[in-house]
Each structure stands twice: as C-alpha cells, then as structure tokens.
Ligand binder design. Structure first.
Ligand code: CDP
Length: 795
C-alpha cells in the first residue's frame, strides 16, 4: 500500500478525490424540488393514522369509547392497547432495555402520550376521528423535574414495574473518587459552579413518520421510515413484531434532518405497521410539529455541578462533577455504549488532568422520554459544556487569561495517543495549534483592549470574549464496547465496478443531509483513481445495502468512511491482477500511482492502464486465476474512536439596557483530521454553529408544574433563523487520525458540541469584572438582563 492520502497534498488529483470541493451531487434533486421524503410516498389504497394523545401528564385511563369515531365516514379502525395486546404489540422495548407502552395500557406517564390510534381513508378524516375518541381519565399528581422525582414522597410514576419503589433509575460513577478527593483537599484553589444543560429537541425540519405496507402475497412488510439507522431498525422491527427479519424491508428515503431524533423507534411506527398487517393495506403515519417536539426523543436535560482543583498558577489537578439527569417517563436514552451516561466520561476535555471523578443519578419524570444524541456523540455535549465552562470559572478565580490557562493545561501534542484520567484513549491532537490560529483570526488582543476601554468608559454595550477549546469523541464502535440491541457497532461498504468503468457504492450508514452521496464517492475516487462523477452512492434500503448501524454521533466518516476506503483498496488489489493480465506483466510488478490514478509496470510508467480499462478486463478478459467481476465488501470494526477538536472564539456585545446579545465575531477553527470535502465540512460547521447558537440563546423544551409542555411548538420552542446567525469565520488545522485508513475524523457535530460553552463564556466574560460567574442557557434577554442587574451593571 502507498500509505494513503497525504494531508499536505490534498488536491483530489482533479478527479474529485480527497480534499476537493466537489459540489454536492444530491443538491440537484433537492434544489429542483425532486427530493423524495417519507411524506411524499403515496400508495394505492393507502390509509392514514392519527394518534389520540393524552392532555394530562399523569393520569389513569378509566375508559376509552371508540364509537363516535367509528361512526365517522372513512374511519376504518380505532386501535387501543387492548387491540395491540391481541397481537402481542402492546409494549415495545426502548433502546435502553426499558419497556414502553405503544398505546397507553393503564396509566399515562407524560403529556401527549399515545392513547389510541385512528386509521382512516384520509388524513383529515383520521384527525377528525381522533377528536371523537372519548377517553375518561383519573388525573394524578405529576412530577416534572428530576429533583422533585427523587423526593421521598414523590408520586411513583412507574408503578407497573416490579421492584420499582421510587422514581430512581440508576446511579453511575467513573474515575477515582479517593484520588480526586485527595487532590481537592491539597489544592491551592478550588472552584465550583452549578449549571443546567436544558432540555432541547433536535427539531429536524422533517418530523418523524412512516408508510408501512404489508404484502400478504409475500408475507413481507416494507416500511418507508424516517430512519437514521435502517438496518438496526429492521432488526428491532423483526424482534418486536415477530416477522422474520428477511421479511422486513426498511427503506429510508431522503431524510430531512435527523440529529439523533430519528434513531429511536416510536409508537406511531409500531401502530402503522400493525394496522397495515391487520388491514392488509398500506398505512401512513406522519407527525405534526408539536407531536414531534412534545413526544419524540428530546436531548440533554442534565443538571450539573462542576468543580476544579488547581494550583495558584493555574495548573488543573482535578475535576469533579455530579449530575442529575431527567430521563422522562421511560428510560429511552439512545446511546450504544456500555456506560449508562454514554460518553460523558470525556469530561476531562482537552486537558491533562491528574484526577477525575464523576457521578450521575438518573430519574423518571412525567415528561416525554428521550436523551438522544442531538448532533453529538452520546452526552459528549454535556461533558464539553461542563469542562469548558469550568475552565472559564477557574480563570476568573485566578484572574488569568482564559486562553493562557487553557494553554497551560492542554494535553501536549507529543503526548498522543493519550489516556485520560477516566480511561479514554485519545488518538491524536494539537490543541495549542488550533487555539493559536483561532486567537489570531479573532484579533484577540484587540478585543481585550476594546473590552477594557468599554468598562473604563462605562459604555452602554459591554464586550465579552468566550473561548472553547473542545475535544470530541466520535465514531462508535468499536464493537467490543458499543452495540445496539447486542449488535456490534461496525459499519460497511460494498463497491461494485461495472464493465463500463463506473461504480456503485452501497453503505450501511444513512445520510440526513450531510452529503454522503458526494463525500463517500470522493473516497472511492481517491482510492481507485476514478472520476467522482462515475461513482454513485446508495444507502437507506435494507434489501440492497450491506448491514450497518446507521448515522449519528458523527460516526459515518470514522466507520463507514473507513469501510469504504478498505473496500476500495480491496478492489484495487484485484485490479492489479487484472492490470497484470492486460499489460502482460507479473502482478508483483504492477504499481498504482495515486497521482495519475493509473496502474503501471514498475520502471515502465508508459506501460499503464486506467481503472476503466481494468473494469472492462474484469468482465471481458478476466485472468483465469481470478473470478470475473470487480467488487469488494468491507465490514469495518474501528479499533478506537476518533477525537476531533477545535477552538472557537466568540466575541459578543451585551446591551446593558435590554440584555440583548449581539455577535461581533464568531471564529471556529476545527480539526477533523484529513478532510474529504472542505466545502461540505464548512457547511457542516455553519449548520452546527447555528444549532449551537439556538442552544445557547433560545431553545428550551419547558413544562409547567402540571407537566404541560409549554415549549412544544415553534411559537414557543424558538429556533434560530438567518436573522440571529452572524457571519462565521472558519479555519482549520489537520491532525490525521493515526488509526483511520484515510486519516479522517468525524466533524458533523463538533460545532454544536463546541460552541455553546464559547457563547456562554463570552456573555459571562462581559460581566466577569463585576463578579458574574455563570448565566444559564438559553440566555434570553431577560436572563441576561437579570444577570446584569445582579452584577450591578444593568442600565
Ligand atoms: O455521521 P455524519 O455523516 O453525521 O458525520 P461525519 O462523519 O462527521 O460527516 C459529515 C459530512 O462531512 C460527511 O459528508 C463527511 O464525509 C464530511 N467529512 C469530510 O468531508 N471530511 C472529514 N474529515 C469528516 C467529514
């Protein structure tokens, strides 16, 4: 092998390989309105499903009267838990081994929970029918926060579970408690801060839904599903329904954003599939916006205490954290690791910290279940927020520059591979380089000066500068430590080169807008010397694609991207023997030249052959020592995860009169190892930063004390629009992953993970001179104004 692409020579060789800004192949159909989403699918005789939802957060269902709904013209069936029980579908497993009612069996446990389903010939009739289903409830006292849920006299939410005497789910801890306590006792300085990572929702523009189509002639069900993980969903569908897996086909067509929301299985999917089997007609279920926000996988909801112990000159010796997690009514967290809190273990961040200890308690509440990895790798967002906020708190306590304190504590570039105090193996990094670049791009010294000037002049608008030098962990597996329902987290690629020299790549991951049809083709172009235009990428159909675990947690490039490179190299190996046959040379004398993409005889560069000619040879003149054809499959179990990182610097202006925050400058320097498509990466960074701004400034799924979701639609759950988004200045460094075949790390979630602490640090920084150490997210103008007022800075 030639050692893979060279990061210094990223040019794609003009064929659209690694490093070229190839325009996204998928955009032609998207911008011409030819995308094909689940709700675009219409089948002859298709019925529609609407869900009857509980208005109460905690209530016993006394009676359900279907008669008025069934009287409505066009209503075909009304289903309740009793009907599903006859088909052993009353409950379904969550991704965390809990059992969730598909339709409420006895007791409602969160507002908008699924109580009954109406199947009708038309969506509007189904909706009218749902309004006519009469449900009698005995309303019970709800418990909304994790803190209340753990009080001794709190109402028991999960009374159907044997041995469940309170609302406690689990306790978990990591690190060396004794060693950490000791470091804290001996430390010159300790700091502590309480912070909440509020409940968020991924809120993809396309909500969740499916079209289930049972074929009684083949005893086979085809489900078009808004799925980030079609194969894992096929296995789970088969397990829940009892339909053999080879008789289940999941098709995930174009997906309008997933962000972790389309990883779990939801009751609507099960109801639509059951209805299709029983009625022998296709059944569509598609959520409305409020159903999506109020009932499907939320994210975060961690109440965290952070502590740091340090020397006088700012060397961090220890980190301690304690977390209270609200998991909602069922334990339905979507994370595949053996750790109950996922990858929260990485809370030591980018710093070389001697001792670390973290503990976490999770509780049931009368709120929707969830805990999905919203554009993040399984709780890494919470961990990054904690450590990056705490470093700022410490810098303030020591009156040190927050850039300087980071520099003093970074894991040094020559210390990789590095094992953290919580036992995580970082593959590579150069944190100081990324920070230096960001400081330069941000004109840091100038803004520090400007900040001082405004304070001295008692100006109306204060300047705040926030830094986040985050490290991420993406690319789950390896299979030995990560699985979904026992299936190890590998991923796959299948390349078939056609006789005319073009190729089809099928992968086990499923894009939701990340541009895989382009970037995965670029990997093949790079590794086979083909033109990127001659490679098409297919995914999302379990009948044709190789088994894979899906796309979330930025795992596509680290895992399926690696599988693609390995499969392409297998094709290249076989291509050598065909080249030898065509060039009448010995196979060991055939060399492949990455630059030209051609195969030639060693020492005779003009005796060369292209991959197109080889493809023809594979089918029309194959060597007798080989099978005909040119294809390869790879199932890739990564040896480790990859650790992308970056430094973000945010400069804000805080209005002392209104509490409004304006972004003056937003610099993001990312390192995702070798870069496949810089333009796609930039798009990923822009989108992720927008979501980070939403997180820091406006998004929050709120509940009132009765468990009514008061932040469950786009009037109340505020998403950032172009108006709130500043111009981003992006930069990069390249520190390849040593174990990835093309040296790449994931990137999609870095900006969402890395930016909220930079933004909060900036707002806090504007008031730091008056003693403010924290402002809770979302930093709405009223919250910021209150913080200004408390610090005596409000005008
Ligand atoms: O799993 P997901 O696709 O969400 O995340 P990812 O692996 O970080 O990839 C997001 C997009 O960025 C994909 O189209 C990748 O191929 C591309 N990317 C890239 O061009 N270079 C990298 N080093 C990492 C990702």
């Amino acid at each position: 092998d030639d050692g893979g692409p060279d990061p210094e020579k990223h040019c794609g060789h003009g064929r659209g390989g690694m490093g070229e800004e190839v325009k996204r192949k998928e955009d032609k159909r998207f911008i011409t309105g030819r995308g094909n989403y689940v709700d675009d699918i219409k089948k002859p005789g298709m019925l529609h499903c609407e869900i009857v939802r509980s208005p109460h957060a905690h209530a016993r269902v006394e009676d359900i009267d279907k008669s008025r709904a069934l009287d409505l013209d066009g209503v075909v069936a009304v289903l309740t838990a009793e009907d599903l029980a006859a088909h052993e579908l009353a409950t379904m497993p969550t991704l965390m081994d809990d059992t969730q009612d598909v339709l409420v069996n006895d007791k409602v446990k969160f507002q908008s929970q699924e109580v009954a389903a109406v199947i009708a010939t038309d969506r509007y009739v189904a909706k009218d029918g749902a309004e006519k289903v009469e449900v009698d409830y005995e309303v019970l006292d709800p418990v909304v926060t994790a803190e209340e849920a753990l009080e001794a006299d709190a109402p028991l939410i999960r009374d159907e579970l044997e041995d469940q005497e309170d609302n406690h789910i689990f306790d978990w801890d990591v690190g060396d408690k004794e060693a950490t306590d000791e470091v804290f006792e001996e430390a010159d300085v300790t700091v502590e801060e309480q912070m909440e990572y509020q409940r968020l929702h991924p809120a993809p523009i396309e909500t969740c839904g499916c079209v289930a189509d049972w074929d009684p002639g083949k005893d086979k069900i085809t489900v078009h599903l808004t799925s980030q993980a079609p194969h894992a969903h096929r296995t789970l569908f088969s397990q829940v329904s009892g339909i053999p897996e080879h008789k289940v086909r999941i098709v995930s067509p174009d997906v309008g954003g997933g962000f972790g929301n389309k990883v779990p299985i939801y009751p609507g999917y099960v109801v639509a599939a059951a209805a299709s089997v029983v009625l022998e007609q296709p059944v569509k279920w598609m959520e409305e916006r409020s159903e999506n926000i109020q009932t499907t996988g939320f994210a975060r909801d961690y109440d965290m205490t952070g502590e740091l112990a340090a020397t006088e000159d700012g060397i961090i010796k220890g980190v301690r954290t304690d977390v209270l997690a609200n998991h909602g009514a069922y334990n339905a967290v979507a994370q595949p690791s053996k750790f109950p809190a996922g990858f929260f273990n990485i809370f030591t961040g980018s710093y070389d910290i001697e001792a670390a200890y973290g503990s976490l308690t999770a509780a049931f509440t009368n709120t929707a279940p969830g805990g999905v990895a919203y554009r993040c790798s399984f709780r890494v967002t919470e961990a990054v927020y904690l450590i990056e906020r705490m470093v700022k708190v410490l810098a303030q306590e020591l009156d040190m520059d927050p850039a300087e304190i980071r520099r003093k504590n970074f894991i040094p570039a020559d210390a990789f591979p590095y094992e953290s105090a919580t036992g995580w193996n970082y593959d590579s990094g150069d944190y100081e380089k990324a920070l230096d670049k960001a400081l330069e791009m941000a004109d840091y010294d100038h803004y520090r000066e400007e900040q001082r000037r405004r304070i001295e002049e008692d100006a109306d608008k204060l300047i705040g500068i926030g830094i986040s030098s985050f490290t991420e962990v993406v690319g789950a597996g390896p299979g030995k430590s990560c699985d979904i329902a026992g299936i190890e987290m590998f991923d796959s690629a299948d390349i078939r080169v056609n006789p005319t020299g073009n190729a089809v790549l099928r992968v086990g991951v499923q894009t939701q807008g990340q541009g895989h049809e382009t970037t995965f083709a670029q990997i093949v172009a790079e590794e086979l010397g083909m033109d990127v235009e001659n490679i098409s990428v297919e995914h999302g159909d379990t009948d044709t694609d190789p088994y894979g675990l899906g796309t979330y947690g930025s795992r596509s490039t680290p895992v399926a991207g690696a599988a693609t490179a390995v499969a392409a190299r297998k094709v290249r190996e076989k291509a050598k023997s065909i080249a030898a046959n065509e060039l009448e040379a010995a196979e060991e004398d055939i060399e492949w030249d990455r630059e030209s993409g051609e195969f030639h005889v060693a020492g005779a560069p003009d005796r060369s052959i292209t991959i197109t000619e080889i493809a023809a040879g594979a089918y029309m003149n194959h060597p007798t020592s080989e099978e005909p054809g040119l294809e390869a499959v790879n199932y890739y179990d990564p040896p480790e995860m990859t650790y992308p990182f970056g430094s973000y610097i945010v400069i804000v202006e805080v209005d002392r009169e209104t509490g409004e925050v304006d972004f003056e400058k937003f610099v993001a320097v990312d390192d995702c190892g070798n870069r496949i498509n810089p333009m796609v990466i930039e798009g990923q960074i822009h989108g992720g930063l927008a979501q980070g701004i939403g997180t820091a400034m406006m998004e929050h799924v709120t509940y009132d004390e009765n468990g009514n979701c008061t932040g469950g639609d786009f009037m109340n759950y505020l998403l950032p629009t172009a108006n709130e988004i500043p111009n981003f200045e992006t930069g990069y460094t390249v520190t390849p992953s040593p174990h990835h075949p093309i040296g790449a790390k994931g990137v999609g979630e870095s900006p969402t993970v890395g930016s909220p602490p930079a933004i909060v640090n900036a707002v806090v920084d504007a008031m730091a001179h008056a003693g403010t150490t924290h402002v809770e997210m979302p930093m709405t103008p009223d919250r910021v104004w209150e913080a200004l007022d408390e610090a005596g800075l409000a005008h």
